[in-house]
Structures are given as C-alpha cells and as structure tokens.
Design a protein around this ligand. Sequence first.
Ligand code: BGC
Length: 521
Amino acid sequence: MGRSLRARVTNNVYMIGGFAAIAGIMFGFDIGSNSGVIGTTQYREYFDNPSDLLQGGINGALSAGCFVGALFAGFPADRYSRKFTLIAASILFVIGSVFQAAANGVPLLCVGRVLNGLSVGVTSMVVPLYQSEIAPKEIRGRIVAVQQWSITWGIMISFWIQYGAQFTDSTAAFRIPWGVQAVPAIVLLSGMWAFPHSPRWLADKGRMDEAIQVLAEIHGEGDVHHPRVQMEIQEIEAVIKFDKEQASHRYADIFKPQYTYRAFLGIVLQIWQQLTGMNIIMFYVVLLFEQAGVGDSQESTLVSSGINYVVNVVMTVPAILWVDKWGRRNTMIFGALAMSMFLWVVGGLMSQGEWYIAENGKWMMNIEDKNKSKGMVACVYLFVASFACTWGPLGWIYPAEIFPLRIRAIAVSLSTSANWLFNWILNFVVPMLMQRIRFGLYMLFAGFNFLMAVHVFIAYPETKGYTVSSQHAMWTLEEMDIVFEQNPRKKVDRAFVEAELARRTGLDHKEGSIEKTENIV
Ligand code: BGC
C-alpha cells in the first residue's frame, strides 16, 4: 500500500542479501582469476615462465591481502557502517583490477592482486555480517549460503571468460579476464547506496529512530507498529542495555571463557575448510589434469577443468535449499568423509600411473588404461560436488551463527582471516607438493578430511535449532549458550533448553519462541 516499487525492492530481505552477495562474485572472480590463465602460453611467455615459487607468490599475493583485509575489517565495519565499508572495498577492487589488467610485469600484477585481496578480505567478512543482521534469524543460514553461491558463480564465470580469452593470440588472454573483474565491483559500488544500513549497527550507534524505520521497512512493510518490528526493537534494545550494564568492551569479551572455546571452534572450522583441499582443485586443477595427462591439448584440458566450476555452482543449490534441514553436524561429517574417500581414490589411481620427468624438468604421468584416467576425473568432480553442498556454505554459516552480537564482528573477523591464512599457505605449498609428493598430495588431504570428520563428531555441537510448522528456527543467543554447554554429540532438545532458560531467568520463554517463529516468511 503506497510503497513505491523502488522501496519494495531495496527493502526486500532477499534483494538486500542478494545484492550484497555480489561481493561474493568478486571473491569468486579473484579465486578463479588465475587458474585458467596460468596454463596459457600467452601468460607464460609474457611473464617469463614463472617458477613454481614465483607462481605461488603471485597467487598468494591475493590471499595475503585477503588475510589482512579480513583481520582489520571489523573496525571500519563497526565505526563507519557495514554499508560504507562495502562501498569502500568495491572502490579498492576496481583499482586493483585496473592495475592487474594493465600489468607490465610481475610487480604491478602483485600490487593489483594485493589490492583486490584486501578488498575481498573485507567483503568476505562484512557481507555475512551485514546479511545476518538484516535477515530474520530463521533464514539467516540460507541468506549466508547465497553468498557462497555467488562465490561459485564468480569462480565459474571468471574461468570461462579465461577459456574464451585464450583464443585471442595476445596479452588479451589475461588482460580481459583481469579487467572484467571490475564489473561486479562497479555494480556493487553504484547500487549499494540505495540499500539500507544494518538496523543493528544503527541501533548500536544510538540512531534508534533510523533503526526502527529500517526494521519497519524490511520486516514490517513500512509499519513501525508491526509486531515483528516491535519485537525486534525490544530485543535489540535489551542487548544494548545488557552490554552497557556489563560495561563490556566488545572486543575483549572474546577472551571470556565461554566464548574463547567457541572462537576456537569457529577459527578451526575455517582452517579445516581450507584443508579439505578444495582449493587444490579451484586453483590448480589445470596443472593437475596436465600432469595426469588428461586431455590431449591445452583446450581439452581446460574444458575438463572447467566442468569442476560448473559442478561447484550446481551442487551449492541443494545446500541453499536444505542445509537448515540437514543440520550442521551431519552435513559436515558426511561431507568430510565423502571428500576423504574421493581424494583417496584420486591419489590411488594416480599412484598407478607411469611417472617420468618431462623436458621442462617436471614430474608428469601417463595412465595407459583410459578408464582409470576417466575414473580419476570423475572422482575429482565428485569431490567438488561433496564440498559444494557441505563445507562450502558451512564454513561461512557456522562461525556467523554461534556468537552473540557484540562479539560477532571480531569473532567472524578472526575465523575469516584464519581461512585466508590457510588459503595463502596452500597457494604456496600445493604446486611444490604436486612435484615433490605427487599422488601423495591427495592422500594427505584425504587424511585431513578424515580427521576433520572425527573432530566435528567429537567437538562441534549441532546449532541448527529446531523446526516449527516445517519452518527452521534458530536458537536465540541465550539459548546458544546452553547448547554449547551440553555434550556436543547429543542433539540438544528444545524442551530441555527452554526449561533450562526458564530456570536461569525465572521467565517462561516457551510462548515467545513459538510466536516469534511462526510469524516469519
Ligand atoms: C572457500 C574458498 C573456495 C570456494 C570454492 C569458499 O567457501 O572459502 O576458499 O575457493 O569456497 O567454492
């Protein structure tokens, strides 16, 4: 009634979450921006056949920037707002892309990659934060998973642009893909102004009237008296009052015993996400397939490699639809075991190849039996599929949902930077290990996957919440404290949590939570 189309679009939760997720495309463009280029002769000739170490450095310049960006993003996000931090990060990304596209040698290329990295580090931390503060808590997992989906789209689009560009017989083979990266950043930069600030950030800054207005627009069709809006405002005010009473310094709170362990779980989860080995494939599948003699030309190796990126996009969809139903623990344990198995088979099949040192001094292999070679490629695709619907989204969802609001920014910052640190380490060591331990690389990562399944089984509580009227509901922050105090292997029962909360607070929370849940979407 009376709300303009523009207001409806810019205040729709899916539109806001989806638009901010354009930053995920930038993330993906970055991850994918080298994998298809490094195999081309144009790139190798122009940059003087970079050695493995130098190539690791060029790739790693990006994740090093990401690490620093993610680590420090909490400060501008809290001080200048989530929204303006995202806009600033897109400007940085445009500059970085221009530097890369114009690179006249390795140094400028690396400067561009560091700038893009800083930007992606910031956005990879701020987007889930902004999304989770805008989204009703019941669909928070799904909205954050949309960011993962954008990442996979970014990786795929960038790879196929590289595939097309290789047919230009000039430096355009890498300048086009690197320049095109700026496009999503320009879109984000131009459109983000129209979207609202995070209401939680506004409230935190004491801009209560604006916070209510935003909440009314996004959750109450413009009506400040809407029951959901009133309820949220009361909750936000209560949290802020609680913070003031505790006189808590928000960042130092992370060292309180009940949060330190949780921060540890979040950080280790993101490290495990990298140790799944997904980025061996995302960054170096072209080298892997070349080494294993898959395809008989540059083009066919690239096509076989590119299918991985398509599988990654398609197989993220089931997670968006059902991750809230499957539960966090089961999904992670199942995903890790499946990945472990597929990597083990890849390593096993490669161990049966005939290894020799090629003219360029590198270890290469031949598999006489083409069925074995096909089996290996199939297992790589199955491995990617297993990651896409499990650890891909959960690496971002789980750490974003286990912390109270006041330390969420810093905790997510720490876990995100741990992800980038390991991403950076892998960039360096993978090409080297591909040469040194060859098929052993896949067996090593199969081992990591097995260990992470065991670790999740032993230590990670189920945080999926509970279901009311077929709608998934998250635990509230107070409830999450109780969930983490329980034995992680035991699914925490809703009735137990409510009874425990009632015992601690003297209030009956039952009515409230059912009502809260059924109002949604
Ligand atoms: C990971 C990236 C990875 C991508 C693949 C993300 O969740 O953090 O390192 O390249 O998924 O889809």
